[in-house]
Design a protein around this ligand. Structure first.
Ligand code: ADP
Ligand code: MG
Length: 498
């Protein structure tokens, strides 16, 4: 070998050595970055952990807070609001009734026709539209004018046969925000939730606002009841099955109501002369307990929300928020590592990742996780390898599993309060035989999160069995109520007329 050839060979060795060194260096660096990301995942997984022991603590805390909220005004973060609903529809109702429902994301209008027998429930013309976002921080006048206008359009489209001319229409206003009722048909807004911010509306009578707007348009419609969405769901549940005593909504927000003995509503003794029972709107979104698992993402989400230090339970279980928790984790990962490529500015936009997309990613069953890739691309994150897509699915799983399991603990807490969890409840004085006797109990559930996100639903139902045990679970039936809050509210108005 000549000198040149030797030098050339030596240089080639040197080059390949340094190429190898660079590659090893890169691999070490990329491994370190991957480790950092895995560390973040591990941390949030640990902080979100919901072993059954912890769930039972949440169950107990829920039952205790319910008692406290019933004992005195302001006695708990749970407002345990009176609804003045003493009787639920029983199937004998007759006639045509309307419901207008303002949810967190959608408003709906529908008409039901009842033939006096449970089997004759005809739900007609369900209209469902997203609430235009500018209305959420407009004025009460703009909001209610819009609702009245929508109602007018709905009625204009009615066939002549659906309502005999000249008869006043009876309407239920299903309103998914906390209201302090003074009767079944009147009540003032306590506060907004779910991103609504019309401050001048707080303290105003909600039914009166709608009635005023309907009157201004010259519509002959009577707002016969102001109904929380959970109470609507309970009404529909009860209409079909009188063992229904609890209703829960998992939609944009989350809330629950249940049938309580009037004498257990201690804060209102004297006010409530009717003996028997009343539906209590728990406003459970505001529940809090130190046993609830909380991550740094939850803390940041709360601090940056329109209602900080408020609605803590809702912010870890409801549809408006799950997507944003997932977004925050992905953002954090993309800041410490380049596994998502350069950090997409879109990842910093609050609520840009919706819970619908979380369920689409979580339930993506394509082998290459194409749905995950597509949704990440919409967030400005393109071309991530399969193992990163799997990581995203895992994040969705951790966030939704926690939500579903805590939702189950909330339900079990209510069952405990009313002595339907097999333990005899936390009130003393129950007889032994009463403690042993387990009644069939139906929990009506509705809301877009529950109806459309299978994994959420499965985690919830699985945890409920874990908490209650196989035996007691046999007596607890969870029933989905599609559009339950709107239909049920119309039924409730019908039951007031009969
Ligand atoms: P509202 O809260 O206005 O009464 P819904 O009960 O229909 O309306 O709930 C809507 C919410 O449910 C959405 O904002 C979203 O958070 C959640 N949701 C709807 N569809 C899905 C889905 N496919 N996967 C996960 N969450 C969903
Ligand atoms: Mg709803």
């Amino acid at each position: 070998m000549g000198k040149v050839a030797v030098a050339f060979a030596a240089a080639a060795v040197l080059v390949s050595c340094s190429v190898a060194a660079v590659m090893v260096g890169r691999r070490i660096k990329s491994r370190a970055k991957w480790r950092a990301v895995v560390e973040i995942l591990k941390e949030m997984e640990e902080a979100s952990d919901t072993p059954v022991g912890r769930l039972r603590q949440v169950v107990d805390a829920m039952a205790v807070e319910m008692h406290a909220g019933l004992a005195s005004e302001g006695g708990s973060k749970l407002k345990m609001l009176l609804t003045f609903v003493h009787h639920l529809p029983n199937g004998t109702e007759k006639g045509t009734y309307y419901a207008l429902h303002l949810g967190g994301t959608y408003f709906r209008i529908l008409r039901v026709h009842l033939g006096g027998e449970r089997s004759y429930l005809d739900v007609q013309d369900v209209e469902r539209h997203p609430i235009p976002s500018h209305l959420m921080n407009s004025t009460s006048e703009v909001l209610f004018n819009f609702l009245a206008f929508s109602m007018e359009r709905f009625i204009e489209k009615e066939g002549k046969e659906s309502n005999s001319q000249g008869v006043k229409r009876e309407l239920a206003f299903t309103f998914s925000f906390p209201v302090k009722h003074s009767s079944i048909s009147s009540g003032v807004l306590i506060k907004w939730t779910k991103g609504f911010e019309i401050s001048e509306m707080v303290g105003k009578d909600v039914a009166e606002c709608l009635q005023g707007a309907l009157n201004r348009r010259g519509l002959d419609i009577h707002v016969a009841a102001l109904v929380n969405d959970t109470v609507g769901a309970l009404s529909l549940g009860y209409y079909h099955d009188p063992d229904t005593v609890v209703a829960v909504v998992f939609g944009t927000g989350s809330n629950a109501c249940y049938l309580e003995r009037t004498d257990a509503i201690i804060k209102s003794q004297g006010l409530l002369t009717t003996s028997g029972s009343m539906v209590v709107n728990m406003e459970w979104g505001n529940f809090w307990s130190s046993h609830l698992p909380r991550t740094s993402y939850d803390i940041d989400l709360d601090a940056e929300s329109s209602n900080p230090n408020d609605m803590g339970f809702e912010k870890i279980i409801a549809g408006l928020y799950l997507g944003d928790i997932v977004r925050r984790v992905i953002l954090r990962m993309s800041q410490v590592s380049d596994i998502f490529g350069p950090t997409s500015p879109m990842l910093s936009e609050p609520y840009v990742l919706r819970t619908n997309s979380v369920s689409a990613m979580h339930e993506d069953d394509t082998p290459e996780l194409q749905e995950v890739a597509r949704i990440l691309k919409d967030l400005g994150v393109s071309e991530v390898p399969l193992k990163v897509r799997k990581l995203v699915v895992k994040i969705c799983d951790v966030v939704t599993r926690r939500a579903g399991r805590l939702a189950a603990a909330g339900i079990a807490g209510i069952l405990k309060k009313i002595g339907r969890d097999g333990s005899g409840g936390i009130t003393s004085g129950r007889s032994r035989s009463e403690m042993r006797m387990q009644k069939r109990t139906v929990v009506a559930v509705e809301g877009g999160l529950y109806m459309n996100y299978t994994m959420f639903r499965e985690y919830m139902e699985e945890a409920l069995v874990e908490i209650l045990g196989e035996e007691v679970s046999q007596y607890v039936v969870v029933k989905a109520m599609e559009d339950g809050s709107s239909i049920g509210s119309a039924l409730l108005v019908a039951s007031l007329q009969s």
